[in-house]
Design a protein around this ligand. Structure first.
Ligand SMILES: [Mn+2]
Length: 358
């Protein structure tokens, strides 16, 4: 049984309320976070409990955390990484003891996801996030960061925290000498260090693939394809070490076979981000409605593959289009994600019924 959820940034940061999320049919809970706690700091138990209480009071469950961010010192492999890993372990202890056991994270240097347009107008008047490699190739990271943040409708976006990215130049310097191999080693070091705590509480770590699935601004990327994620799964071959299957991120590279990635990872996909992209040419795409025919992916085959491998974790619609005049954080409005959730649940119901021969 897949559990449908919506990402929610907390009542202080999100334009969408829990009350509204509660009214989307079939949505059981939220994927949430303590948005104000910077990477590297411990998540206090009382804050986690208060978050859980707030969500449960609205008739929903906390189905997972996205994300407990990993401090750059851990990704870079600095001398003080063990201090930050100890903090991470304490956050996991606090989450585990509150019964929260699905944790999404990523291991991308400097930038989280990258898009070159946060509100590209489509012919139907909707706006979507879009990407054009030529734009990335033509500007420096600091300018790129400033432009992205000034176009976010006034919302602070995940992975684009102004405090951290105020020092883009310094961050880039800190990553000098961190090759793809080194970044991979640092990930494995981190996973081995958190393994006992995850196993103690039954916490499932779900690494998010890199978005887009290739190096940007000369920074290394290590979760970009089936081969690369398999390498991580094999290096720490235990069920706690799993994947957030993100259709939109792996799908930035049209060579990635999305159902094929899912089918290669039974028992290791702990969380699913389900969305659609429309490709124009290699390195140029826009985010589409979830409906298969609106983009380049076959959403039926994606949901079917998840069901075939016995996926039982939380799933969520991913970035939505901005429709019906909504003003929200780019990608995270209510309306199109609600349509996406309903559509995915419709596919899921049809798959269950045809399997049962009804
Ligand atoms: Mn995703």
């Amino acid at each position: 049984m897949m559990h449908m959820s919506l990402r929610w940034f907390g009542s202080k940061y999100d334009s969408v309320s829990l009350e509204k999320i509660r009214q989307i049919p079939g949505v059981e809970g939220v994927i949430t976070t303590l948005y104000d706690i910077p990477a590297g700091q411990v998540w206090p138990k009382e804050r986690i409990k208060a978050l859980k209480d707030e969500v449960e009071a609205a008739g929903l469950k906390v189905l997972g955390i996205e994300s407990v961010n990993v401090h750059d010192a851990i990704k870079i492999g600095n001398a003080d990484r063990d201090k930050y890993i100890a903090n991470y372990v304490e956050s996991l202890e606090n989450l585990g003891s509150e019964g929260i056991t699905t944790v999404c994270y990523n291991f991308m240097p400097v930038f989280d996801w990258t898009r070159t347009d946060l509100a590209k107008m489509r012919t139907d008047g909707t706006t979507v996030l879009a990407y054009d490699q030529k734009v990335v190739d033509s500007i420096d990271p600091q300018t790129f960061f400033d432009q992205t943040n000034s176009n976010s409708n006034g919302f602070s976006m995940p992975g684009w925290e102004p405090e951290r990215l105020a020092k883009v130049k310094e961050l880039f310097e800190a990553y000098q000498g961190v090759s793809e191999e080194k970044l991979f080693e640092n990930l494995i070091y981190f996973l081995k260090a958190i393994q006992p705590t995850c196993e103690k509480w039954g916490i499932k770590m779900a690494i998010h693939p890199d978005d887009p699935a290739w190096p940007v601004f000369g920074l290394p990327r290590i979760i970009t394809s089936k081969e690369k994620i398999m390498k991580v799964m094999q290096a720490v071959d235990a069920p706690f070490n799993g994947l957030t299957f993100c259709a939109g991120s792996f799908g930035t590279n049209p060579k990635n076979d999305l159902p094929g990635i899912i089918r290669a990872l039974p028992g290791r996909i702990h969380f699913a981000h389900i969305r659609n992209l429309h490709h124009f040419e290699p390195g140029v795409f826009e985010e589409a409605a979830h409906l298969s025919s609106d983009g380049s992916f076959d959403l039926y085959e994606i949901v079917k593959a998840l069901d075939d491998i016995g996926f039982e974790g939380p799933a969520r619609p991913d970035h939505g289009r901005m429709i019906w005049g909504e003003v929200a954080m780019p990608g995270y409005g209510l309306y199109d994600r609600a349509l996406g959730a309903s559509y995915i649940l419709g596919l899921y119901e049809a798959i269950q019924k045809s399997k049962a021969g009804k």
